[in-house]
Structure formats: structure tokens, C-alpha cells
Design a protein around this ligand. Sequence first.
Ligand SMILES: Cc1cc2nc3c(=O)[nH]c(=O)nc-3n(C[C@H](O)[C@H](O)[C@H](O)COP(=O)(O)OP(=O)(O)OC[C@H]3O[C@@H](n4cnc5c(N)ncnc54)[C@H](O)[C@@H]3O)c2cc1C
Length: 463
Amino acid sequence: MKVTIIGYGMAGARVAAEIRARTDATITVFGAEPHRAYNRILLSGLLAGKTREDDLTLVEPHHGLDLRLGTEVGAIDTARRTVNGEEYDALVLATGSRALLPPVENLVTEDGTPPEGVSVFRTLDDCRRILKDATGAGTALVLGGGLLGLEAARGLAARGLRVTVVHAAGHLMERQLDPAAGAVLTGTLERLGITVVVDALAVARTDGGLRLEDGTELTADLLVVACGVRPETTLAARAGLDVNRGVVVDDHLRTSDPHIYAIGDCAEHRGTVYGLVAPAWEQAAVVAAQLAGETAHYAGSRLVTRLKAAGIDLAAMGAMDGGEVVSYTDPARGTYARLVIDDDRLAGAIMLGDNPTVGQVVQLFDRGTPVPPDRRALLLGRALGGDAVPAESPALMPDAAVVCRCNDVTKGAIVRCGARTVTGIAAATRATTGCGGCADAVAGIPDWLSTVDPVPADLGAAS
Ligand SMILES: Cc1cc2nc3c(=O)[nH]c(=O)nc-3n(C[C@H](O)[C@H](O)[C@H](O)COP(=O)(O)OP(=O)(O)OC[C@H]3O[C@@H](n4cnc5c(N)ncnc54)[C@H](O)[C@@H]3O)c2cc1C
């Protein structure tokens, strides 16, 4: 069987490795970027100086793949089933998303790319460009107060730049946060030295920065544009596949052409384009299983968005409104919690700042189990006059609790994998190899296991 994959990013690399592990297919991968696939999520850490380029290496092996790096595919011949004249039996589109450039005067040059001193934040090359511009700079403007904009702002602030975030909506991260959470988040950023301007529509890039609709001129040494992403569907549309916001796929992740699958940021499943890595990797496994002759389907994912920025703890999930809403705000401490409960189940939550119950909240959301009758236990981490909500200790975590969300690894899987070091656990289960946010939780499990079920020193060292 000949399998061709177009797009060598986080989804493309994973699907290639999964197919390689399960079949003896010949696998050709086309990647427009000149580098091997890398962990795009960790670019935020690279910008902040917490991660080195070497740390971006993905765990997926690349041996046995026919890699065509720096090769952007321009067309698919669906009738002949060929890409660049080479035949395929199955084709996987994993073309990801591209950064959006908003309609701001002078923001792009004639060839559609940003001019000197302006960067988007999507690829390793973008990140290198921002870091180059930031060298010796004193101030930065970040256009866009969504997740990526705030991660970029925090990263540049950590490098000593004075950063202003310019956001068009009335509050930050309006897709994940309600206005009250947005206000608390603004306070937190301002305490970290970042200026936030909301309700601010940029209309033009000027020599020194940005002009807003109300005539305000903002100046800075560099400008980072983080105004969202759009699924990269150009090739699919050109090939005549059904394209809506993303490339439309069914529960088998098949496009309107039965020989072509689409996964990751470019795919739209049941009306949703996820734009996060956990669904992309789940979808990669489903496609690989089918190509190996197994029955598999994808039923959708429940998403938890986390901001990865030093000094800001934020997790947001599910609906922002619903039947019963309980919330708690402490702006001075930068804390906000909001639970949306429907039918005694958690339909959504926002946990910002120091919230000791965030782990339990995520588990309740994931598993759809009933919330405690006294909501304060979940909101505040304790029930007044009642039992405390258990802390996030591995001993108290149910086996089915998902510890690594990017790779969908449960506590039970970690316990059963036999490894007793974080490196060993990562090799056996892939836990910690996505956004890395679960590293402390994963590390806690072998520590706990060593107290309840010690292993011989030589086995512990080997794993
Ligand atoms: C800074 C940053 C932080 C992020 N943080 C998180 C996070 O904390 N958690 C999370 O879940 N997600 C996060 N994401 C999103 C996550 O990176 C994406 O969901 C993930 O990369 C999707 O993988 P993908 O393979 O679908 O797309 P991509 O990783 O974008 O890869 C697509 C690849 O296809 C290539 N391509 C496109 N068209 C063609 C063509 N015609 N021919 C050949 N190659 C082509 C592109 O060049 C690219 O290399 C973050 C993203 C960024 C940029």
C-alpha cells in the first residue's frame, strides 16, 4: 500500500509514525517547512526563553519515511490518484492552519507577507524572526489578545521588553472567557508589567507601530500579529473536496473523496475545527488503525484550553453559560472561578489564578460525573463546614483520570506501563510529550508508587 501524507507538522508526523508502526505501507510525506516536524506548542516556551530549539524535537521516529522537506504540494490529481506525479492508495491531508493577517493598512507587503519588524506567530521561522527583532528592542506591540497573543506577550515581557497587547474585542480571550474573567486576567497581566488595551481596533501599521480607529498612535520596536488562525484548506478546495471552515470529514475522518483523509487543524469534524493537538493526535490514531484494516472511528473531543505563561494559571473548558452558574472572583489576588452546571454535570468552567481544585474540575468535565452537592467545595477548594475536596494527589486520583491530555494518557496507563521515571513513562506512553503541562503530575506518580510499591533500584533506573 502507498500512503501519501501532505503536511509534516504535529498531526502529519504522528499519523506517519502510527501508520509505520501498524502496517508495511510505503509512506511519503510532503512538508512545506524546511525542517523536520517539531513540537509547535513549545514555540511559546522558546519565545519566553524557557525552551531551546533542541527541546522541540518530537518523539515520533522519522526513519522509514520518504520525507520531502521544503516541498509545498500545489495540487492533487484525484482522478489519477497522484501527488506530484506519484501514485497513492490513500492520502492524508494534515496541512494545519495558517496565521491570519487582519485587514490593517500596511500590515502586509505586496507578496502577502509581513514587512520588516512585523511577525506572525505560527512556525519556528516566525519565532526565530520575533527573537531576532526582539534583540536589542525595548518595546513590543502584540496585536491580538487571544491565547497565542498572550503567550507571545508574556514571553517577550519575560525577555525584558515593555509589551502592550492590543485587542479588538471588549475583553481578552473572549472565545474562552466571560467578561469578568477577562477583567481579572487583564489585572494579572498588568501586574506582570504588560499593558492591555481592549476595544481597540487597529486600522493601520505606521512606521513606529499601530494607529487605532479612534486615532490613537501606539509605538513600539516590533509588532507581533496574533489574530487567530485559519485552517489551511487551499489544496483541498483546489482538489474539489468539500470544504467549509475546514476540510469536511466524517466519523472515519474521510473527506468527500473516499481515498483522502484529513486530520488536525485543517479538518472539520461534525462542524468543529479543533485547532488543538489532542484531537489531532487522536485523529491520527484513528486513520492509522483504519489503514491497518481495523475498525475505528472518531467521535469528537472535549477540549480544555490552558494558557502556558509564567505567572498565569488558566484553564477554560466547555460552555460559558448554562442552567446553573456559580462563580467566585478575587481580583486583587488574580483569582476567578466559574462553574457552569447542567443537570448536576459540569458543562463548562473557567479556572484562573490559584485554584486548588482545577484538577478535579477538569476530571469532572472529562468524565461527566456528578458535581458535589455543595458547589463551594469545587469552587473554593473546600466546603464550609464540610469535607475538603481532596488535593491532586496521585493516591486519590481515579485510575481513569486523564493525566496527559495531549496524548490521552490516564493515571492507570502510567501505573501499568511499568516505568518509574518521567523519561521512561514518556517513552512508554508518550505522556508529557505534547504541551508538557502535565510534567509535574506525571512526576508525582512514580514518587507515589515508590512509596506504595517500591521496585528494585536496577529496574527503576532502567525504565
Ligand atoms: C505558539 C503556539 C502554541 C500552541 N499551544 C498549544 C497548546 O498549548 N495546546 C494545544 O493543544 N495546541 C496548541 N497549539 C496548536 C497546535 O500547535 C496545533 O493544534 C497543532 O500543531 C496541529 O497540528 P497539524 O499538524 O494539524 O498542523 P501544523 O502543526 O500547523 O502542521 C501543518 C504542516 O503542514 C504544512 N503544509 C501546509 N500546506 C502544505 C502543502 N500544501 N504542502 C506541504 N506541506 C503543507 C505546514 O507548513 C505545516 O508544517 C499552539 C500553536 C502555536 C503556534
